[in-house]
Write a protein that binds this ligand. Sequence first.
Ligand code: FMN
Length: 184
Amino acid sequence: MKRVLAINTSPNTDGLTATCAQEFLAGAAEAGAETELIHLNQLDIKHCQQCMNGWGICRTEGKCVLVDDFEAVRQKVFAADAWALANPVYFGDLSESAKAFTDRLRRTNIGDADKRLAGKDFVALAAAGGSGGGVSTCLMTLDRLCQHTGQRVADLIGITRRNRAYKLGCIRECGKSVVQQEWE
Ligand SMILES: Cc1cc2nc3c(=O)[nH]c(=O)nc-3n(C[C@H](O)[C@H](O)[C@H](O)COP(=O)(O)O)c2cc1C
């Protein structure tokens, strides 16, 4: 059975971002996957300390020196066949918790020390509940994260108040698709 994970990086557990994460997982469950939703803001994820003059031991050893919940979440990403990061668009960028997590995920999986993200299916969900501006810059940041870590972009989906009615259905289909489709 495939495992599918979604991480909500909004402080709201019942807002637009969390709804997007839930729709993605509902689609995956419908296709037969085992699913899990993590609310990142309920966990202790510290910011990268840029240790060792900036490169850190993470580059060679593939792990972070900080002691918090980061490693446990990273292990869940490794264990998943596909995962989605659901991000509320803040100032056209990632939320602060998403930044903290993805900064360290990139650093610990960029070198030769750890290749466990390589080839993994990734879905970026950027939920802009205000004017709707800034979705594209947010998705570009997540696309770049994939390039650095060798993940496969299954989809990059922008959600606004204007398009949410039909995008939620699209996200659900995306959840199904990451379970059903086999890519070379
Ligand atoms: C600090 C902050 C910055 C925001 N910046 C933007 C923005 O650049 N563009 C936009 O459309 N909405 C913006 N919003 C609105 C959020 O995108 C919206 O509140 C979020 O998608 C709702 O997600 P939630 O219900 O999961 O919290 C901002 C909200 C906050 C709190």
